[in-house]
Design a protein around this ligand. Structure first.
Ligand code: IMP
Length: 194
């Protein structure tokens, strides 16, 4: 089946192709000549994913998926959440976001956190489904590791005794919030007759 992914990010497309595997023709916005900028202004991951998928499905007429992800920290009442990419404000970088997170976590005993990924699929008839994956860990006291991106350098997994930036990328891609949501998407699409 043809599946449009509401992204211009090549790495994201590759991950969708790898995990969905044969039976899916994964197409990005660039390949369809769609240049829309969709403002992610919902207050939930699900809301942002559904907004992106709905708008691109309307433009292209094919079944469309979109994802939204971020990190939620218990002691910070779920922040940075949907603001993960721009946590430290205008011009935020991974480094400035991680430095802000370390500052906010000073003196916090509860360091529990989770990566969350919501994937929305919207069908040409307008119906939709949302799948969600989570990866639980704790916020480390210093940045460690060279792999990954975003908050990986601070996201410590007690069961592996390393941050997600220290995990081999292949392993992270198997256990991540995105891999879990994509696995659920694959299972859902294989059971729906659409
Ligand atoms: P988006 O889903 O592309 O909007 O990404 C949101 C932000 O969440 C990213 O810019 C990262 O800061 C953070 N994030 C999402 N997934 C991960 C991950 O797997 N590792 C580290 N940071 C992540």
């Amino acid at each position: 089946m043809r599946l449009v992914v509401a992204t211009k990010n090549r790495n994201k497309l590759r991950e969708f192709r790898q995990i969905l595997g044969e039976g899916f023709e994964v197409v990005g916005m660039d390949e369809l000549g769609i240049d829309a900028e969709i403002v992610e202004d919902a207050d939930t991951f699900e809301g942002n994913a559904l907004k992106k998928a709905t708008e691109i499905a309307r433009l292209c007429g094919f079944t469309t998926v979109a994802d939204d992800s971020g990190i939620c920290v218990e002691a910070l009442s779920g922040a940075p959440g949907v603001y993960s990419a721009r946590y430290s404000g205008e011009g935020a970088t991974d480094l400035s976001n991680n430095l802000k997170l370390l500052r906010e976590m000073e003196g916090q005993e509860n360091r529990n956190a989770k990566f969350v990924c919501a994937i929305a699929v919207v069908f040409p008839d307008g119906t939709n489904k949302i799948l969600k994956g989570e990866l639980h860990g704790v916020i480390d006291f210093e940045m460690k590791g060279e792999n990954g991106f975003g908050y990986d350098v601070l996201f410590y997994l007690p069961e592996y005794k390393m941050t997600t930036a220290q995990l081999p990328p292949d392993l992270k891609n198997k256990i991540s919030h995105r891999a879990k949501a994509l696995g659920l998407l694959k299972e859902f699409l294989s059971h729906t007759g659409k």
